[in-house]
Design a protein around this ligand. Sequence first.
Ligand SMILES: *Cc1c(COP(=O)(O)O)cnc(C)c1O
Length: 406
Amino acid sequence: MNQENKKLLQQLLDGEFPDSRGRFGIFGGQYAPETLMTALKNLDNKVKTLLTDASFMGELSTELNQWAGRPTALTHAKKLSELWGVEVYLKREDLTHTGAHKINNALGQALIAKKLNAKRVVAETGAGQHGVASAAACARVGIPCVVYMGAIDIERQAPNVDRMRQLGAEVIPVTTGDQTLRAAVDEAFRDWVGSPDDTYYILGSVVGPHPYPYLVRELQSIIGKEAREQIITQAGGLPDAVFACVGGGSNAIGIFHAFLGDESVDLYGVEAGGRGQKLGDNAATLASGKPGILHGTYSMLLHDDDGLVQETHSVSAGLDYPGVGPEHAFLQSIGRVSYTSAEDGEALEQVRECCGLEGILPALESAHAFVGAKKWAEANPSKTVLIGLSGRGDKDMPTLSKLFNN
Ligand SMILES: *Cc1c(COP(=O)(O)O)cnc(C)c1O
C-alpha cells in the first residue's frame, strides 16, 4: 500500500468513512428516489444514536448471547492443517441460531425496528437464509414480518419458505423483473417507500444505500472481534491471513474489520467463480466487474457495455448477486483486501474435504473461502490462516446429493 492509500485506510479506521454523504472514498452514497431519502435520513440519525447507546447495545449483546448462541467457537482444524501444511482455524458462524452469520444482522435490525416503534418489518431474501433469520428475529422481538422472495427462488428453496411461514412470516412471491433476489430487493424498497413511518426494512447484507452498508457492517463486526481475541488466546498470536467468502459481503466485512489495522495480516475475499470467467457464468463482481449503481449504491457491478446488469451464476445461492458492498470496492481500490474467486467444482470439493476431515458440513458459500485458503497455503507453508465459516451446509443437501449421486 502506498502512502496515499495508507491515509485512506486510516480515515476508515478513524471512522471518517462512511462520510456525511455515506461514502467510502468514491464508493457508496444514497441513490434513491426523493420519497425514500427522508426515510433513509431518519434511519441514519436513529442508527447512529442506537449504536452508541449503552442500554441498547447491552440488550443486543444479551440477545446475541442467550438467544443466538454467541460467542461462537473458534475451531483448530487439525486434519486440514496437516493436509495443507499450515495452521487452520475456523470461525464457526455455522453454530449460530438458524445456522449462519445472517442472524447477527437480522436480530440487531429487528431490535432497532422495535425501538423505532415500527408496526411491521419487510425483508428480501434470495435463497431464504436471510428470510429465515428475519422471520425468527421478528418472532422473538414481536413484530409481524413480510418477506419478499422471487417466484423462481420460492420454487427452488421450498424448505426455507416453509420455515419462514412456520416462524410466522408472510412470504410474498415476486413475479416482476428477474424473479430472483434482485427483484425481491426492489419490491422490499417499494413497500418501504409506500409506508416509511410504520414499516422497517431489514436489508440482508452490506449493500443498498447508506446507512445500510454501515449498519450491517457494525452488526456483523462481532465476528472479527471475537475471532481476533480467540485466535490470540488459542494460537498465541494473530493469523497471517484471513479468508472469507463474498456475496454482498457481510460476513467478510464482519470478520475483516477487527484486522484492518493489523499490517501483518493479509485479508482475502473469495467470490463465486461459478462455471468460469465468461460474463454471466459467475458472480465475481470485484474480480471482473466495473463501477456502477445498483440498489441505491455506487459500487462494483457486473454489467455489460450498455450498463445492463447481468444475470449471475453460482452453485451457492447466497453468493449469486451481481453487486457487492461499497466498502469492499473501497478496500479493493486501496489495496488493503485482495479478492479472488473459486469455481463451483472447487467449492464442492472443499465441502467434501471439510466434512470428511473435520466432521463439519460447511455451507457451499463458506466452502469458497476454503478454496482460497488452500491455494494460499501452498505458497505459505507453516503459517496460520483464519477462515470465516459463514454457515452450515444442511440447506445444500438437495444440491450435494444430486451432484455426488448419493
Ligand atoms: C447469505 C450467505 C452468504 C453471503 O452473504 P454475505 O453478505 O456475502 O456474507 C455467505 N454464507 C452464507 C452461509 C450465507 O447464508
